[in-house]
Structure formats: C-alpha cells, structure tokens
Design a protein around this ligand. Sequence first.
Ligand code: NAP
Length: 283
Amino acid sequence: MTKIISGTDLANKLRAEIKEEATILQQKGIIPTLAVVLVGDNKASKSYVNSKHKACLENNINSVKIELDENISTASLLNEIEKLNNDSEVHGILVQLPLPKHIDAEQILNAVSPQKDVDGFHPINVGKLVIGEAKLIPCTPLGILEMIKSTGDEIDGKLALIIGRSNIVGKPISTLLLQNNATVITAHSKTKNLDSLLEQADIIVSCVGSAHFLTGEKKVKETVTIIDVGNNYKDGKLVGDVNLEEFMEKVAYISPVPGGVGPLTITMLMRNTLTATYDLLEK
Ligand code: NAP
C-alpha cells in the first residue's frame, strides 16, 4: 500500500518542537529573531515574506520585516545588510529573492554574515556543506531530508536519484543524502537513460520544475520513496513534477503537491533561525 508523506503533518510536528525551544529561549531572555529584507513591491515575494513572518510569530520567533524601496542602490542595500550583521539582537537574515535587476544579487547574498545566513546560500556555508561541517543548510533540502527520514526506512546504502542540479535544491539534497550514506546519482537535462536510473532507485527526489514530468508509465521499484519538490501550475492548479495518482499503489511512499515539501521549507527556516541563535550565543 502506498503511504502519503504529509508535509503538512510533519511540519506541524516539527513546528511544535521549534515553538517549545523558542519559548525556552524567550524565558531566558533570549529572543530568537529573523530579519527578512524585502526590496520592492513584487506581489509573490510580499506574500512569501508574509507567510514566513506569520509562521515565525506563531512559533515564538521574532520576525522583523525590512521593506526597502525598489530603487535602492546596491551600496545602500549593502549598508542595510551590514547593520543587520552588526545587530546583536538579530540572529538570522534572509534576503527575499528575486532582487530588482539593477542590484548585484550575488554581492548582496555574499554580504550576509555566514553565521546569520539562514538560507544557507553563502559560499562559506555551501563549502561547509560539502565538507560535512555546515550548521546552516538550505531550507528546502533540509525539509526533503526530514521527509525521507520520516518514513523510518534506512537511508544507508540506498540508491538515491536526484533529478535536478540547482544550487538551491538539487545539489544540496544530493550532498545531504551522500552524507547520510546513500549512493547518489544527480540527473539533469543532459542525463541519458533516465528511465533506467528510475528503475534502479530506492529514493527519487524530483526537482525539475515541470508539471507531471514523472507519469505512471515510468517503471520504478515497489519499495521506492518519491519526494516531489516541483511547484508547477497546470490548468490554473498547483501541481508537482509527479503525477501522484498514477503512482498510487505502485510505490511505498510518495509526497504530494501541495502539502508536501512546501510547508517544510518555512519550518526549516525557523529551525535555521534557532540554529543561528544557539551558534551566536556560543560565541
Ligand atoms: P531549476 O533551477 O530550474 O532546476 C531544474 C533542474 O531540472 C535543472 O538542473 C535541469 O537540468 C533539470 N532538468 C530540466 N529538465 C530535465 C529533464 N528533462 N530531465 C532531467 N533533468 C531536467 O529549478 P529549482 O530552482 O531547482 O526548482 C525546481 C522545482 O522545485 C521548481 O518547480 C520550484 O518551484 C520547486 N521548488 C520548490 C520549493 C518548495 O519549497 N516547495 C523550493 C524550491 C524550489 P540542467 O541543470 O541541465 O538545466
């Protein structure tokens, strides 16, 4: 029987743990604080920032929104980041992407203190992830790992097929699974014989960004776990990379869209804010 991995349920469980930890910190007079920097009026970005803000406040994490004018210069934005880097009451900093075209996004992301980089995108944190020493790891891959672990199946020695090699999802989840002793294959648009890789995989993570890229015609193991990271729109509806209905009763575990990886991404942002808070307290 196929079991659905509910990201919503898992996120609720993890959020309860986060809230408890944040409450204990607050009782000690430490207020874990996330600063989210939003430049301009992008509607989708505003909505993402509001969701993050709401989730933080619901879980006893302080959230500060820094809303800046669309026309701000790179130099002024760097100045804002520097102020947050030096503010001892701010533990985590997130710069909402995309930034307006005239801003050098790479320069901005690299200016965030690696200790406060709750997105895990700073090159220092990327490097630490590769050598297995990262504390702040990108949120979506962290959430995917939690989902895989939630099945209770061993990861050790499993063949994990990651489809997609982006810096924000594909590469970091490949690295995390390798560190968890999976044998990892990272596929991409130039990969040949994807169908034969799908047949061999014990874990499949699809982060392609193409609606119903994986259909039930694909042959997969009955014991496979499929994590669907895709967020795509088809006929006005949010759908994943995987046609879930067509895999029901053919696989062991599968995550849905919506209600899968999505709710875990914000949860891991809060987890990273606590990690950054603990780390800064140790210094
Ligand atoms: P991306 O940067 O566009 O990367 C897509 C990857 O898929 C690329 O590596 C690409 O290969 C590969 N690909 C494209 N066509 C392929 C094919 N036919 N066969 C095999 N691989 C193929 O996307 P992303 O930023 O990683 O995001 C992927 C999806 O996840 C999107 O739908 C996004 O919205 C979603 N997402 C969800 C969350 C969440 O919180 N739920 C967070 C982040 C992203 P090449 O490298 O060769 O081009």
